[in-house]
Design a protein. Structure first.
Length: 67
């Protein structure tokens, strides 16, 4: 998984409680719910945020240059 940017976010306790309630109804963590809400707000304002490409899995290809 790509590295995530971590930072402190100060919220009004009432806003945090509302986010937690919404997250619970949508089976998400509060953190994931905040990201969903931010993406929706950006999209509504015409700002496209493309998801980061997932990391490649498995073994790297064999190096045949040394043969």
């Amino acid at each position: 998984m790509p590295a995530r940017k971590a930072f402190a976010l100060r919220l009004d306790p009432a806003v945090h409680a509302a986010v937690e309630r919404l997250a619970a109804t949508e089976l998400r963590s509060a953190n994931a719910q905040i990201e969903v809400l931010l993406r929706e707000a950006l999209k509504e304002r015409g700002i496209e945020v493309r998801p980061t490409a997932p990391p490649r899995r498995g073994r790297p290809p064999a190096d045949t240059a040394g043969d």
